[in-house]
Design a protein around this ligand. Structure first.
Ligand code: SF4
Length: 177
């Protein structure tokens, strides 16, 4: 019988949640025997597969590229997990929400002493007017708060999902922890 498939996805986050996945250390080796990793920034797969059983999502939805990606992931995923406070609430990326995007870009790219100050207009995803948590854009099945969630929490969540159970996340993790 084929193994369940697992993906990890990186939207607007600092990669700390992915680092916490790696912090499972030797347990990651043990766990990885139970699934096939089919898409992740940690490996070199370019295309999201036609079907993935479990997808762990780091980061919030901040750009048109993020929005396109998460809609595509949702359409091809069985159990979608919001992993970490940025995915669950918007967290750090959403601190820009009170600032209009043009003002924000001017602040970042102009008046900072660089030569040829200008806002880039090509080869960059467009920022959405407001950063949103993942569940405001697509349906989320499991919420795992934490900044980042601990390796222990991620291990338990993934183990429970692979066993076909719904993890009791409230007993495992809390916002900011
Ligand atoms: Fe980084 Fe925390 Fe956001 Fe995870 S929840 S991506 S660790 S800021």
């Amino acid at each position: 019988m084929s193994k369940p498939t697992l993906a990890t996805v990186w939207l607007d986050g600092c990669s700390g949640c992915h680092m916490s996945i790696l912090d499972m250390d030797e347990r990651l080796v043990e766990l990885s025997e139970q699934f096939e990793l089919v898409y992740s920034p940690l490996v070199d797969y370019k295309e999201f597969p036609a079907h993935v059983d479990i997808a762990l999502i780091e980061g919030s939805v901040s750009s048109d590229e993020d929005e396109h990606k998460i809609r595509q992931v949702r359409a091809h995923t069985g159990v979608l997990v919001s992993l970490g406070d940025c995915a669950v609430t918007g967290n750090v990326p959403s601190m820009r929400n009170p600032i209009p995007v043009p003002e924000l870009l001017d602040c970042v790219y102009k008046g900072n002493g660089l030569l040829q100050e200008q806002v880039p207009t090509t080869r960059l995803p467009s920022l959405l007017p407001r950063v949103r948590p993942v569940h405001e854009v697509v349906k989320v099945d499991v919420f795992v708060p934490g900044c980042p969630p601990s390796a222990d929490t991620i291990f338990t969540v993934v183990s429970e999902l692979l066993a076909g159970r719904v993890p009791d996340v409230a007993a495992l993790s809390r916002f900011g922890a």
